[in-house]
Design a protein around this ligand. Structure first.
Ligand code: ZN
Length: 391
């Protein structure tokens, strides 16, 4: 260590130390990071940018793509390289098949495609509105969406948390693609999969960011490949694609919908709220953080980039991970964007009277109107059915 010119170590005594150093260094460090969080200005947050909606949207989208580590390609560039589809399996209420979507030259992303039985499909004219379901942090990943869970998991995640997104969708008359997210379920790293660790996010985030990508951007890339796949399936109404997920799945829902206008409607659950009041205030998995994002925009803008498409934002009143106060702060900013886009009535906010979970009750009635579907889509056509068998 080199002393400053004209200063010896002896002068660095308590008597000559700066007044602010009286706090313990750990306290100073906390204060420094709090200051960084509060001083960072999101230059393209809609209410700060001062741009008309279309100009703001067209400025922010490519910048958002860049911070996510996605290549500056055209919005609808092909991302799906190949598909493998398994045999159909059936119960009286469901048909489903396992899929592998090749979204990278060396990566096949697992998924389940689930549909109502054949008669219901024919009744709907052969093409169904289709939901893409993405789970958040769960070691069972997409299997949660289709109810392929051990009994001890079923009560917490489905009976109390409404996380069987694919089964709900099919009961209401939709098709559904339950897509595995990188870092969860079958897409955990081998060492995590072997010991049944809940996730592989920290390692994958580090590896992705070292090469200029992000884990969130990779998940978005896979969703956009799934959109491409679904639009080519004959049973799917490609003009009525819905994206939904809870928690980390809510994050992917917001980012992917912000970038891809082929997603007709979205339901991001339990992730909406300012970064400063949620992700930066409460400890979160590193996959929630995007390098440089807070210099660019906030979560209210991610939701705003979905405008004028229908969007139902969901929060839990007692969600300790994503405090309601942060959502209350962000909500008017998103409303302002939708108003500027000429669609003030297309965005809704639902607050469930519980914690960090999915809230199915408002979703299906709302989607029926949002997608201009017959009233029958608002009500479940089948009772809560047994879970699907593993394939
Ligand atoms: Zn994570």
């Amino acid at each position: 260590m080199t002393a400053m010119p004209g200063m010896s170590f002896a002068t660095l005594s308590a008597e000559s130390a700066p007044a602010t150093s009286v706090d313990h260094p750990s306290v100073q460090l906390q204060r420094h990071f709090d200051g960084l969080r509060n001083a960072t200005v999101p230059a393209l947050r809609f209410d700060l940018a001062g741009l008309p909606f279309a100009e703001w949207r067209d400025t922010l989208r490519p910048r958002l793509r860049a911070v996510l580590g996605l290549p500056p390609e055209s919005e609808h560039a092909p991302r799906l390289l190949d598909v493998w589809a398994g045999e159909w399996r059936e119960t009286p209420d469901f048909r489903w098949q396992r899929l592998l979507l090749r979204t990278e030259p060396d990566l096949w992303v697992p998924a389940y495609f689930v549909m109502p039985p054949g008669a219901a499909v024919a009744e709907a004219g052969g093409r169904l509105p289709t939901v893409i379901a993405v789970q958040g942090h769960a070691k069972d990943g997409m299997r949660v969406s289709v109810g392929m869970l051990p009994p001890e998991e079923y009560q917490r995640t489905i009976a109390e948390g409404d996380r069987d997104l694919a089964l709900q969708a099919v009961r209401h008359g939709y098709a559904c693609l339950a897509l595995e997210m990188r870092g969860f379920g079958e897409l955990r790293l081998p060492q995590d999969f072997a010991k049944d660790a809940p996730k592989s996010c920290p390692r994958l985030v580090s590896l992705a960011e070292q090469v200029g990508q992000t884990l969130m951007g990779m998940r978005v890339h896979d969703v956009l490949a799934a959109v491409e796949y679904l639009q080519a399936r004959p049973e799917v109404d490609g003009d009525r694609l819905v994206l939904t997920g809870n928690s980390g799945g809510g994050a992917v829902t917001l980012f992917a919908t912000a970038l891809d206008t082929r997603i007709a409607a979205s339901v991001p659950s339990c992730w909406f709220g300012t970064y400063a009041g949620s992700m930066q205030l409460v400890h979160h998995c590193p996959c929630n953080f995007i390098p440089g994002l807070s210099q660019l925009c906030d979560v209210s803008d991610l939701a705003g980039l979905a405008a004028p498409r229908p969007q139902l934002i969901v929060n839990g009143r007692h969600d300790a991970n994503h405090p309601l106060k942060a959502a209350e702060e962000a909500w008017p900013w998103t409303q302002e964007i939708y108003a500027a886009a000429g669609a003030p009535d297309a965005v809704h906010w639902f607050v469930g009277e519980g914690g960090h979970r999915y809230y199915a009750a408002p979703v299906w009635p709302w989607l029926t109107g949002a997608l201009s579907l017959p009233p029958s889509f608002a009500q479940a056509r089948y009772p809560a059915a047994p879970v699907l068998d593993a394939v």
